[in-house]
Design a protein around this ligand. Structure first.
Ligand code: RNT
Ligand code: ZN
Length: 404
């Protein structure tokens, strides 16, 4: 027996004492996809223009070398990163990662044919695809407003973009045989105290109604709307707030809500919000990220909030209703490894959540034995999760450590 197998046997016994079956957990781990975002590899530059500037109140800070200079390098590096993340995956692409064949194709012109590299890449690796319209880094978003702009020309332009992106999402879904989550995030907002907070929201509502007017097959395209509290330059008012999208999704049922872990007040927890949506039969999309003091999009680590998010999904038996995606971009460390570290950490957090002794914890809680509940929650922190992780990596022919 090799070291991994020996260690795994020890872990198996330890978890069995708490009524947890590690074999079953490993099986589950192989079924749950994590959607790895495409944009950590190149600081969200995309393929429209390799000198493009990132705008919209988000920023990839740092100047680590090795950023891909063309599409070939980009896909090589993405592939390298994915090889370091064990288990089922999806890739979340963004509209600026189109292949325009060297000709200018504006955002209101994009078609599925510009994204065939993505479907080929995904099919070859048997992974799913998600999609994101890019409502930023463009001359028509420079005034700070897109779908909620007061300028009908600007609004129309972005509505057309949204409509086209949904069809690309549907194309992704059909090609991969897995639903594509098409996630809409807009940067719209004001830097300073805003007098009319209602009009932009009414315009956003109308724009979304237009974008979603075309009914698409839910087996291929599921739309999500990503809320936000503030951005750089939109500190005081964001049109697409959490409340706005929560209400839009509930009332229209045209889209599901996307919660990004960095888009709330620093003491708010996404984990704490999940069950309130599930109580009303809603599905959710998540952008697992790591805000450090603000929406800084640091690489995901196995921190308390990430584990809490995964625990909540598992405890609510909502693995089929909550879609797990990643969102971070850090240009101060090596980008391929950054993608891999974040992906692995999200999966580690998921593994920890699946290995919790839910039955024991529930029993203690229902019996009103809160002392036992607390004791258990503390004890299990020291169980040998790493040994199960090693086995998970081995089964997926993936290195169990990547620091070397
Ligand atoms: C921005 C949102 C959004 C973006 C991506 C690139 O605050 O989190 O999800 O990070 O679309
Ligand atoms: Zn996000």
């Amino acid at each position: 027996m090799g070291k991994t197998e020996k260690n795994y046997e020890i872990a198996k016994e330890c978890f069995a004492e708490y009524g947890v079956g590690t074999d079953a957990v490993l099986k589950q781990m192989n079924e749950i996809p994590v959607s790895v975002h495409c944009w950590q590899i190149d600081d969200l530059t995309g393929f429209e223009d390799f000198d493009a500037k990132l705008t919209g109140g988000i920023a990839a800070t740092g100047n680590m070398g090795g950023k891909p200079k063309n599409q070939t390098e980009y896909f090589e590096q993405l592939d390298e990163a994915l090889k370091l993340i064990p288990g089922r995956l999806k890739i979340a692409a963004h509209a600026v990662y189109l292949d325009n064949g060297g000709k200018e194709v504006d955002r209101d012109q994009i078609e599925p044919e510009h994204f065939t590299k993505w479907t080929a890449f995904a099919k070859e690796r048997k992974i799913g695809l998600d999609f994101n319209p890019t409502y930023f880094s463009h001359k028509n978003s420079e005034e700070g407003f897109t779908l909620s702009s007061a300028d009908p020309f600007i609004r129309e332009f972005w509505i057309e973009h949204g409509k086209r992106c949904r069809r690309i999402g549907e194309y992704f879904g059909k090609e991969t045989g897995m639903p594509c989550i098409t996630n809409h995030w807009i940067p719209d907002g004001y830097k300073d105290t805003t007098v009319d907070k209602l009009s932009p929201r009414l315009r956003l509502r109308d724009s979304l109604d237009e974008i979603f007017a075309e009914e698409l097959d839910r087996n291929y395209c599921i739309d999500s709307l990503e809320s936000k509290l503030f951005g750089l330059g939109s500190e005081s008012y964001v049109t697409g707030s959490h409340e706005f999208y929560t209400n839009y999704c509930t009332e229209t049922k045209k889209a599901i809500l996307c919660m990004d872990a960095g888009h709330f007040h620093p003491t708010e927890s996404v984990a704490a919000k999940i069950s309130s949506y599930l109580a009303f039969g809603q599905e959710l999309m998540l952008h697992v990220s790591r805000p450090v003091r603000w929406d800084s999009d640091h690489v995901v680590i196995v921190d308390e909030e990430t584990v809490a998010i995964m625990e909540e999904i598992v405890r609510c038996k909502a693995l089929e209703r909550v879609y797990i995606g990643l969102d971070f971009f850090d240009a101060s460390i090596r980008r391929v490894k950054a993608t891999a570290i974040g992906g692995r950490s999200a999966k580690t957090a998921l593994l920890k959540a699946l290995l919790q002794p839910i039955e024991l914890l529930r029993q203690a809680e229902y019996a009103g034995d809160f002392t036992k509940r607390l004791a258990l929650l503390e004890e299990i922190k020291l169980l040998p999760y790493g040994f199960v992780w090693e086995m998970f990596c081995e089964q997926n022919e993936c290195p169990s450590v990547i620091s070397g």
